[in-house]
Design a protein around this ligand. Structure first.
Ligand code: NAP
Length: 303
């Protein structure tokens, strides 16, 4: 089986990118879309993010064989409730949310009896909205699919093929494991970035001008992450509370150990630690998940 009528709910960065990518890489498929914000719908139509921008979620999903919910994690349940009575038989409902267990629970509750296969393309930028999306966002990025226990293997295979067609590499994972892995690779780094940028801006004795002027010393890279969408990240931290708090506890313990090494002048411990982390950076570049260039090769697209 393969999907031919794709409905996208939420036409911001992720929804817009899915729409553009489907039109470019699966040209035989028809795309419909809806966003709660009329201004976003107008921009989506102007940019051609989907073939048909609809005036209601119901209209967008009516003939779909795949629905992809691309709204903030905290809005997944209400978006699902809105389409619940309009879904055609045999449809698969998926999403792109950054946390998976709470989204799966919300979708299963809102859509009893519907085939639900959550997914998370681990691809994004700090930008949001209908002007942020681009067709190559998923190229060479992982898409983690977290099928519930009773998911139909043929539908899981079709969703995997869908993401592969958009350029992604697919991994199947348990939702709770996903949430733990992403807590450390994505959610905690965002929390740290939000914290450090806030700390710098609150510092007495260091002017804002100095913070900006000397930002190339490391701060700049944190500001890119800390510019990420506030709604999205508020929802992610609340939705993935347990895993984030668990990782934060581990992080705090490790930070305290480094703090002690600095206080007692234990250079060997610091050196050993930094050597280990440098090797991780090398592996990420070797895996093609980042670029060794000073601007991370991000250019305009992913900041
Ligand atoms: P975005 O650019 O802000 O787009 C989300 C859009 O959904 C907004 O236009 C929003 O409208 C709309 N919306 C909210 N509730 C809705 C509803 N009930 N029905 C229809 N539309 C609704 O956000 P995004 O970055 O694309 O993120 C979307 C999802 O992708 C989130 O679940 C996020 O966790 C996930 N994700 C994001 C990234 C990333 O890097 N950004 C990466 C991977 C996954 P309003 O603005 O009016 O609320």
């Amino acid at each position: 089986m393969s999907f031919e009528r794709i409905a996208i709910i939420g036409l911001g960065l992720l929804g817009g990118s899915v729409g553009l990518a489907v039109q470019e890489f699966l040209p035989g498929a028809h795309t419909t879309g809806f966003d709660a914000d009329p201004a976003t719908r107008a921009r989506a139509a102007a940019r051609g993010l989907v073939a048909q921008v609809c005036e209601s979620a119901a209209d967008a999903v009516r003939n779909a064989d795949l629905v992809v919910l691309c709204v903030p994690v905290g809005a997944m349940e209400s978006a699902a409730q809105e389409i619940a009575t309009h879904l055609p038989a045999g449809v698969v409902v998926s999403d792109v949310g950054s946390s998976k267990q709470s989204v799966a629970d919300a979708l299963i509750k809102a859509l009893p009896g519907v085939a639900i296969i959550p997914a998370h393309p681990v691809a994004g930028t700090e930008r949001s909205g209908p002007d942020a999306g681009f067709a190559s966002l998923f190229r060479q990025r992982w898409c983690i699919i977290t099928p519930p226990d009773r998911a139909d293997p043929a539908q899981v295979a079709a969703l995997s093929a869908f993401w592969e067609a958009l350029g992604a590499k697919v991994e199947i994972m348990d939702a709770r494991h996903h949430d733990m892995v992403l807590a450390v690779t994505s959610h905690l780094p965002h929390l740290i970035a939000y914290t450090i940028v806030g700390t710098a801006s609150d510092l007495e004795g260091v002017t804002e001008g100095e913070v900006i002027k000397y930002s190339a010393g490391g701060f700049r890279d944190f500001t890119r992450i800390a510019a990420s969408d506030p709604t999205m990240w508020r929802d992610v931290f609340i939705a993935n509370k347990d895993a984030v708090l668990n990782m934060l506890q581990r992080f705090t313990e490790d930070l305290t150990a480094l703090q002690r090494a600095i206080r007692v002048g234990d250079g060997d411990q610091l050196f050993e630690h930094f050597e280990r982390t440098r090797a991780i950076r090398r592996s990420i570049i070797e895996e093609g998940q980042d670029d060794a260039r000073p601007d991370f090769g991000r250019g305009d697209h992913s900041g």
